[in-house]
Write a protein that binds this ligand. Sequence first.
Ligand code: ATP
Ligand code: MG
Length: 203
Amino acid sequence: KPNGKPKPGRRRLGVMGGTFDPIHHGHLVAAQEVAAQFGLDEVVFVPTGQPWQKSHRTVSAAEDRYLMTVIATAENPQFSVSRIDVDRKGPTYTIDTLRELHDLNPDTDLFFITGADALGQILTWRDAEELFSLAHFIGVTRPGHTLTDPGLPAGGVTLVEVPALAISSTDCRARVAKGDPVWYLVPDGVVRYIDKRQLYRGE
Ligand code: ATP
Ligand code: MG
């Protein structure tokens, strides 16, 4: 779908939240596939600030995760990156992300993209009911996880099959720590950035 052409009616904006520590091709394929299937005008990647669900491990500096996300998405005219969660103080809650994007983007329908693993926990998220009024939820397949409707209000979620890439950030970090290559699991620029900043070495 050609980018930048003004369309009558409402803009359709995909929202891909994540820790992106590091961003990998599983994230990018999921975003691309949802954009194509749903006719989205744009997908905005939103790296988390301090992630509350991951307090058991050290998460890389938000600035590093933000920059890797920019590097990975820069050449796709349909992809952008938002700093809203990185710049907000305190832990990131998706409800805050969606409220802010909703206020920043009038006349826009939001489509929150989430993998099968995260979708299963969605009803435990803060202000779950309001979440569904702010965005349509799109659950995408992920190898190793079962994609099931979490029981949202009718029509609140759509399940979508995306090309299966059995890649996780956890695995990428473990590979770097062991000295194994991550070429072709993450974009080339991200491999070089990890190396430049010596990320994931001591894990
Ligand atoms: P970690 O292993 O650190 O949890 P991750 O690979 O799960 O990292 P996240 O940043 O936690 O990456 O994920 C952001 C979003 O992308 C989540 O909704 C997650 O379910 C989804 N996602 C991650 N990897 C894939 C994949 N390979 N295929 C489809 N969706 C994915
Ligand atoms: Mg994850």
